[in-house]
Design a binder for this molecule. Structure first.
Ligand code: 5GP
Ligand code: MN
Length: 328
């Protein structure tokens, strides 16, 4: 695979909409690696990444498509290799970019991801739903090219960022001994995990913490389906000067309640309501999400978005749908 990649002139690395730590970390790690093996490249973020990732070395080799679509189109025309990281359906990059990456003419499409139910649109795909993160797959990809000697501190930090953000810092069931072995390798490369955790997780503004306090008081329990639910409208978010990423992790507070096995967090964002689902029992939230909301994700962590609907109606229907799903 490395030989084929090295024949290409210019690669674009696409992240999914609403870039998270794994899409950012895997994209940056791959970008630095490609540069090291002589393949020029650029990362394309469909929309801006949260500010607490801006410290990552190598993240500046990127363009935010929602801020400069024309430039992205130019780069796309100039590219002959396309990486799609941390997603396996083209719809995950948003409408404009979806059309763009569907115009494949002579471009080699390479998908690296760890989600279920792939669309299989790539010329070559590394899809492992058992991997903790796409960042872990990037490590394995570099390893499979016998290039672990190229892994430096910036690549280590980017891979580590992807792993910790997608595993709740090594807590989730997706973590294997391999995940820890990779972390050990990165540590041996000189990675300072204390600094990284601080830069990612200890960057809360006072207004974000106040928003959390407000949100925690709004959690509702649906005992019959062991569900904790929380929703925030745009008006509520604005009361706390909401910044992108401020509600990251709120859904996990719902799941931390004793006896609760399922959690949902809904956030209004202009004409969209973003749904985050989590479970720690037998309910497969990706199947629920895909069945009722054309969403997807993993068995224990999934998401979806609904358009042009009133929050109260969406919440009511979601509880109803969840009851139906759990009784099936
Ligand atoms: P989060 O709730 O953190 O936004 O997302 C949790 C998981 O669900 C992630 O693995 C993410 O890729 C997936 N996910 C989130 N939103 C969507 C969506 O709108 N569509 C699909 N197919 N997956 C989503
Ligand atoms: Mn991921």
């Amino acid at each position: 695979m490395k030989e084929l990649i090295k024949t290409k002139n210019f690669a674009l690395i696409f992240s999914h909409q609403g870039p998270d730590g794994d899409s950012v970390g895997s994209s940056v790690a791959l970008s630095i690696y490609l540069s090291k093996i002589g393949v020029e490249n650029k990362i394309i973020f469909p929309d801006p990444y949260p500010h607490f990732f801006s410290w990552i070395t190598g993240i500046n080799n990127s363009i935010v498509a929602s801020e400069n679509l024309e430039k992205v189109e130019q780069l796309y025309d100039a590219s002959d290799l396309i990486f799609c990281l941390d997603f396996n359906h083209r719809s995950r990059v948003g409408k404009a970019l979806q059309e763009l990456i569907s115009r494949t003419n002579n471009k080699y499409i390479f998908v690296i991801d760890h989600h279920t139910h792939p669309e299989n649109f790539g010329n070559y795909e590394i899809i492992d739903e058992n991997a903790s993160s796409t960042a872990e797959l990037i490590y394995k990809f570099i390893d499979s090219n016998n290039d672990l000697s190229l892994v430096d501190i910036p690549i280590s930090e980017a891979i580590y960022t992807g792993i910790i953000t997608d595993t709740g810092s090594f807590k989730y069931s997706s973590v294997t001994s391999t995940t820890h072995q990779i972390a050990a390798f990165l540590k041996d490369k000189g990675l300072n995990q204390v600094v990284i955790h601080d830069k990612i997780f200890n960057q809360n503004s006072v207004s974000k913490i106040n928003l959390l306090g407000y949100a925690l008081q709004k959690i509702k329990i649906e005992e019959s389906v062991s569900l904790a639910l929380l929703f925030l409208t745009e008006k509520e978010l604005n009361m706390f000067n909401y910044q992108k990423g401020d509600s990251e992790g709120f859904v996990n507070y719902c799941l931390s309640i004793k006896g609760i096995e399922n959690a949902v967090f809904l956030r209004e964002d202009k004409d969209i309501i973003k749904i985050s689902l989590r479970s720690k029992g037998k309910v497969k939230v990706n199947e629920f999400s895909s069945k009722f909301y054309e969403g997807g994700g993993h068995q224990n962590a999934a998401g979806a978005a609904v358009k042009n609907q009133d929050m109260n109606t969406v919440v009511k229907e979601l509880i109803q749908n969840f009851k139906v799903f759990c009784s099936e």
